[in-house]
Design a protein around this ligand. Structure first.
Ligand SMILES: NC(=O)c1ccc[n+]([C@@H]2O[C@H](COP(=O)([O-])OP(=O)(O)OC[C@H]3O[C@@H](n4cnc5c(N)ncnc54)[C@H](OP(=O)(O)O)[C@@H]3O)[C@@H](O)[C@H]2O)c1
Length: 251
């Protein structure tokens, strides 16, 4: 059975990087979009660009701070109402910063955990309420290959936050198993965006390449996907079993 076309898509973190790139790709596929982030000036510019390039689609935008659970609980249903419903929610907004635990980076590490874990959780609550009510929908969580093993230094809190998302996604998937609601965990490798300026890892791909692989993976609606599949699927399998002294040298 082919996957249903997910016509109305909400993307958080659509003001930059992967979210903005996914918005451009899904717009080119004729999908209607609800775009959220804090920098509404950037969302409005993207809205104008997409409406001009694809006059047949609907593009709605709204300011949303995922650190504020109340904002998420209000904005997601508001955007859904403006589009007449949602068929897919891409939980994408996230940050990456911080440093080794116990070295004076507590605030930055805490911010990463707050935004990436609690912010994503708030979006899942809002999305799943809609999907459960309509008994359909595709929930997509943007995790990271940094979630596969504990990571040192600037990626310790970040990797932990993304590991939490993997578990959150699997729990939700288990809850709705056997229903028409799909849940995908997407683990990108390094894709050049603002989030990793100055700390890009091995096998970094440019934004276009990364976003093309990302949207193709989301469209397949897998339980879990590594993006791009090569080299990250085999590397992820290796990372799982390598001893920590090797992992810490290559990450
Ligand atoms: N690039 C990579 O290599 C890579 C790899 C694996 C996973 N990821 C994940 O992919 C997602 C997107 O990252 P990116 O690379 O596109 O980074 P980016 O270019 O820095 O974009 C991050 C996006 O998240 C939004 N955001 C951050 N904090 C937010 C908040 N409190 N409320 C609402 N929106 C917020 C930002 O919008 P505003 O600042 O306007 O709010 C921005 O649109 C993240 O979850 C990241 O962890 C990225």
């Amino acid at each position: 059975m082919p996957n249903p076309v997910r016509q109305r898509i909400l993307i958080s973190g659509a003001s930059a990087g992967l979210g903005q790139g996914m918005a451009r790709r899904f717009a080119a596929m004729g999908r209607d979009l609800a775009l959220a982030a804090r920098r509404t000036d950037r969302l409005e510019a993207l809205q104008q660009e997409l409406r001009a390039a694809h006059p047949g689609i609907r593009v709605e935008v709204a300011g949303m701070d995922v650190d504020d659970a109340g904002s998420v609980a209000a904005v997601v249903p508001e955007l859904a109402a403006r589009l007449g419903g949602l068929d897919r929610v891409v939980v994408n907004a996230g940050i990456g910063k911080g440093g080794s635990v116990g070295t004076g980076h507590a605030a930055a590490n805490r911010a990463v955990l707050h935004t990436n874990v609690l912010g994503s959780h708030a979006q899942c609550e809002a999305a799943m309420e809609l999907f459960r009510a309509q008994n359909s929908g595709h929930l997509v969580l943007i995790s990271s290959v940094a979630s596969i093993r504990g990571m040192r230094d600037t990626r310790t809190a970040y990797g932990a936050s993304k590991a939490a998302l993997n578990s959150l996604a699997e729990g939700i998937r288990s809850d709705v198993h056997g229903t028409p609601i799909a849940v995908s965990t997407i683990l990108p490798g390094y894709i050049a965006t603002d989030i990793n300026v100055g700390r890009r890892g091995p096998f970094t791909v440019d934004l276009d390449t990364g976003v093309a692989a990302l949207t193709a993976a989301i469209e397949r609606e897998p339980v879990r996907a590594y993006v791009p599949g090569l080299p990250w699927r085999p590397i992820s399998a290796l990372l799982r079993v390598l001893p920590l002294p090797v992992v810490r040298r290559v990450t």
